[in-house]
Design a protein around this ligand. Structure first.
Ligand code: FAD
Length: 530
């Protein structure tokens, strides 16, 4: 008889675990997925032919293994994509060069292709655009005004002379890195929009993990280096992750990657049970031997036995599902874990009000950004995705503009509970009020609510080791992924945790330390928020 592995969740981590099992072992994976979709947070939603990416997922990693796997599944484009072809035909303007793969597929002829996209993200503040990361150039000075610039410069020098002795909170972290004035201008409001709590209540760990190496000096160094040398290869080994200039992106959005992996897993004998939520893990001694799930259509409860279990479900829910054998202290810490939730509003427009005033040539004068951080204090919207610039195939009619407005909230709060119509109207009014769109240009809209997108580094997070020490004792249970480990893991780290867990099974490694160490030891950091 073959062995089986139960995998909770069909997101990047669960699917990578299944992929590794079917390619490297004879263990049969059975994935149980709560929703009807594949890809978890990294899925693509289709609305009237237009595709939404929840968050804007760059496919980029410092890990060669991950980069290679992505390209094996979706090979890099060998010919121009639709937008570049149009730029050449109608405007006789050459696009910004991307390095095509000599034998790669043609995105005009096949869907199974990975695009290489140029990255641009800017900050919208005081109804003006600022470069990300903030660069000290003539435009920044004129946008901010000389008084603010002097204050920023002075407070940066001040903190270098008198550094903060003990960095406890995220506010301490930001101030010691950037000075008080730069923190107040560009980091405080946005970060508090994302997390819904003051920076003084967030552990400094968040900064250490997410923006480890971003500093004023590194940003300046990068700006100088990029004047002299443009890195053409997609690996961008010498570039910090926050500052990469190109990234890979599946032609049809991030979900395409995971739908392709799911098909492969099924072809190789794996099973995917959708619309079914894991509610109980049966634990005996130091083993998980059975998992129960409820099918949301039939409401029927079923049980499945497994030799191994991989969990990508939120740690809080996992501990609840482990039932009354869980020690009270573990239960208390798990109950106190907090999350931030997410609402994306998709808007289809004839055109935007903001115009392209950069030197980058774009179709129909569209701004060239992939996403824009909305730093304005008078609106709740946090970020704006311009899906046309992620892939021209995300939008059904390339002459229209398809954007995503991102709101950070808490499940059950005022924003979360607004009706769909009310919310969409609220979102349209916000963008209209800050001069990004004219509300009369909106043609279509969609809304997606996504719970638990951000595992929070506050609440009982500082006692997380209590949970880890408990779950690590279960030899055949592997906590992997983002919410699965309550860690700020991106796709690549989520995948690496899955790969390491499978390798541990193969090699007989009992310790889980190497799984927990991913995204801790490595050279990695991210920007503002995902
Ligand atoms: C706004 C935003 C932007 C991001 N941008 C990037 C980026 O640019 N690049 C990048 O690489 N990463 C990015 N990420 C991170 C990326 O989305 C995650 O790292 C990745 O999706 C995590 O994969 P996962 O499988 O661990 O979890 P998830 O994607 O959360 O998948 C978990 C799955 O488990 C299912 N599930 C949950 N509970 C149960 C249950 N009880 N029973 C059964 N199934 C269950 C869920 O429905 C879900 O499908 C971003 C994230 C966000 C929120």
């Amino acid at each position: 008889m073959f062995k089986t592995a139960i995998i909770i969740g069909a997101g990047p981590a669960g699917l990578t675990a299944a992929y590794e099992l079917v390619t490297k072992t004879d263990i049969k994976p059975i994935i149980i997925e709560r929703t009807n979709d594949i890809g978890g947070i990294s899925k693509t939603i289709v609305h009237n032919g237009n595709r939404m990416d929840i968050g804007g997922h760059r496919f980029f990693s410092k890990s060669d293994i991950v980069m290679k796997l992505w390209q094996e599944i979706l090979p890099i484009q060998g010919s121009d994509s639709k937008d570049d072809i149009l730029k050449d035909i109608y405007y006789q303007k050459k696009r910004t060069q991307v390095k095509l793969s000599p034998d790669g597929p043609n995105p005009e002829k096949t869907d199974r292709v990975m695009l290489i996209r140029n990255r641009l993200s800017r900050i919208y503040f005081l109804r003006k655009f600022f470069e990300y990361p903030i660069t000290l150039n003539g435009k920044t000075i004129s946008n901010l005004g000389i008084i603010r610039i002097i204050k920023i410069g002075w407070s940066y020098v001040w903190i270098q002379i008198l550094p903060i002795k003990k960095i406890n909170t995220l506010e301490d972290f930001f101030i010691s890195r950037f000075g008080k004035e730069l923190y107040k201008t560009f980091f405080k409001d946005y970060t508090e929009k994302v997390w819904g709590v003051p920076c003084t209540e967030i552990d400094a760990d968040w900064g250490a993990q997410r923006i480890k190496e971003l500093s004023v000096s590194r940003a300046l160094l990068h700006a100088i280096k990029s004047i002299f040398k443009k890195e053409k290869s997609i690996e961008q080994k010498n570039t910090d992750t926050s500052l990469i200039e190109q990234f890979m992106y599946p032609k049809l959005g991030p979900g395409q990657m995971w739908e392709t992996v799911a098909c492969f897993v099924e072809e190789k004998g794996g099973i995917i049970i959708k619309n079914s939520e894991v509610v109980e893990l049966n634990i005996v001694d130091n083993q998980v031997n059975e998992v129960s799930y409820i099918n949301h259509t039939t409401n029927l409860k079923s049980k499945v036995k497994g030799d191994y279990s991989f969990s990508t479900m939120p740690v809080k829910d996992l501990i609840t599902a482990m039932g009354n054998k869980v020690p009270a202290i573990v239960k208390r810490v798990a109950d106190g874990l907090q999350y931030r939730d997410f609402i994306t509003v998709g808007l289809l427009l004839n055109k935007l009000k903001i115009k392209n005033e950069t030197s980058i040539f774009t179709l129909y004068g569209l701004v060239p950004d992939n996403w824009i951080y909305i730093q304005e204090r008078d609106v709740k919207v946090g970020r704006l995705q311009i899906f046309n610039n992620w892939s021209p195939y995300m939008v059904a009619d390339i002459e229209k503009v398809w954007i995503g407005l991102e709101y950070f909230c808490n499940e059950g709060d005022k924003l979360w509970k607004m009706s769909d119509n009310e919310f969409v109207q609220f979102a349209i009014n916000e963008l209209h009020s800050i001069d990004i769109i004219d509300k009369n240009e909106v043609i279509d809209s969609a809304i997606i609510r996504m719970p638990k997108t951000y595992p929070a580094y506050f609440g009982t997070y500082s006692q997380f080791n209590v949970i880890r020490n408990f779950t690590d004792k279960f030899e055949n249970l592997f906590l992997i992924g983002r919410n699965g480990m309550h860690k700020y893991n991106n796709q690549d780290h989520s995948m690496l945790t899955a790969m390491t867990a499978v390798n541990n099974i193969i090699s007989g490694e009992k310790s889980k330390d190497n799984i927990w160490n991913i995204n801790t030891d490595e050279e990695y950091y991210e920007e503002n928020a995902d």
